[in-house]
Ligand binder design. Structure first.
Ligand SMILES: *[C@@H]1O[C@H](CO)[C@@H](O)[C@H](O)[C@H]1NC(C)=O
Ligand SMILES: *[C@@H]1O[C@H](CO)[C@@H](O)[C@H](O)[C@H]1NC(C)=O
Length: 413
């Protein structure tokens, strides 16, 4: 099946859906979704442990400064004898997923040795897995009555995750373990951290950062569904609903991929998911069921718009409210302030891992990022020629190609 054919079908659907969905319908969809909070699903740690391959974890509820209640999972018990670590202190590792994912994305693989958090537990680490605001287990707010979400719940972008979610998570880990963490982020999980350096004192809570599929600059995004959405569809939404009123959630990718996967003969994994992420070499197509049970996850429209601004304007900065007066209200300046990569301390340990055919973390753009980080003293790179966006965290070969290097890097820092 020609990729281009599918690309057209999907882009068509995206545009049709958004042009015809009225604000009312979207509001209703958002409202229906609010009931999710009433029937909050059992957390990963209290479920049947199938996804975690029998590994135990503990739930933590973390409250951010702006009132979001987020779920954090802690793994600190290995299954093999060597990993029991009697009486020894486990070093803390914190793992942050990307956009349209949640903490479950690290586990939608067939074997424990393919799941990074579980590999790290076996290696003797105390592993903390985050769930960003708006995803399945982190859709609560202190001002909510458990039945509906506050009106402005979906008024956030990755900026809010960088300035509120990350410190809330990392303060809790610090409080529980007395340790700074080794941070591992994927995709938006790297963007949040690169932004965080401009917003608070990261080095007070973080020892090293491993950035998998880093996304900071989006200058060379190829013609994919994402670039198309960024350039056309997102602009439409923003125009239709008025920029300040983006307090709704959206699952365009999820809904469309799910709908199309009902068409017989379409291999969801290899064709559809690849349209968004680049052609992943090494996913196990037998794990499709597992994958679609938890992914893709929703996020806010405002977050997608913030991303789209990055694609269109080729810069890494705070959210642009679209008119100088509103920006002035928020930032005291007519333009949104850029995030400053020079805020990263000179000798801070950074590990950048990127792939040759990733269409979200594009090689040329990672090189631009590396150029800006050149003055850092402690920087390491791993480039994997045949990897796309998901291979790094869900690929069958990541346990040989990627995870040993991560462990090595953490051990050395
Ligand atoms: C692929 O997934 C199936 C079903 O989970 C599993 O039985 C098989 O071992 C997996 N293959 C690899 C190489 O992981
Ligand atoms: C919301 O649910 C929690 C846990 O089930 C409960 O402790 C709390 O009292 C509830 N809050 C309201 C306002 O009903």
């Amino acid at each position: 099946m020609a990729m281009r054919g599918w690309l057209l079908v999907i882009s068509g659907l995206v545009i049709v859906t958004t042009s015809f969905a009225s604000s009312d319908e979207l509001q209703k969809a958002a409202h229906d979704d609010d009931h999710y909070t009433a029937a909050h699903p059992p957390s990963l740690c209290s479920g049947d442990r199938k996804l975690t391959k029998g590994y135990k974890c503990q739930d933590y509820d973390v409250i951010t400064k702006d009132g979001y209640i987020l779920k954090l999972w802690r793994f600190r018990e290995g299954l093999t004898k060597e990993s029991q670590m009697e009486g020894k202190t486990r070093k803390a590792v914190f793992i942050q997923h990307g956009i349209l994912m949640n903490g479950e994305c690290w586990f939608t693989v067939s074997h424990a040795d393919q799941a990074l958090p579980l590999v790290l537990v076996e290696e003797g680490y105390d592993v903390w897995v985050a769930n960003s605001r708006g995803t399945t287990y982190s859709r609560r707010h202190v001002s909510s009555n458990n039945l509906t979400l506050p009106d402005n719940f979906w008024d956030f972008t990755y900026y809010d995750m960088a300035i509120y979610d990350l410190p809330a998570f990392l303060n809790l880990v610090y409080q529980e373990t007395g340790q700074k963490v080794h941070y591992i982020g994927h995709s938006q999980g790297t963007t949040m951290m690169f932004a965080a350096f401009s917003l608070w004192e990261v080095e007070s809570r973080v020892k090293s950062t491993t950035m998998i599929s880093p996304v900071v600059y989006l200058n060379h995004m190829p013609f994919t569904i994402v670039s198309l959405c960024a350039k056309a569809y997102i602009g439409e939404i923003a125009g239709t609903f008025g920029l300040p009123d983006l307090n709704i959630m959206v699952q365009p990718v999820g809904a469309i991929v799910r709908a199309l996967c009902k068409v017989p003969g379409v291999d969801c994994f290899e064709q559809l998911v690849s349209l968004f992420t680049g052609v992943n070499c090494c996913l196990n197509s037998s794990t499709v069921e597992l994958w679609f049970a938890s992914l893709p996850q929703p996020t806010s429209i405002k977050n997608l718009v913030h991303w789209a601004q990055g694609v269109r304007e080729q810069s890494f900065k705070q959210y642009d409210y679209g008119d100088p007066m509103t920006n002035l209200e928020h930032y005291g300046k007519p333009k949104p302030p850029p995030f400053d990569l020079q805020k990263i301390p000179k000798d801070f340990p950074l590990f950048l891992i990127y792939g040759g055919i990733d269409t979200l973390s594009i090689r040329t753009d990672v090189h631009i990022l590396l150029g800006k980080l050149r003055s850092r003293r402690n920087i390491r790179e791993l480039y994997v020629d045949n990897y796309a966006h998901l291979d790094f965290i869900q690929g069958m070969t990541a346990k040989d190609v990627v995870y040993p290097d991560i462990i090595n890097f953490i051990k050395g820092n």
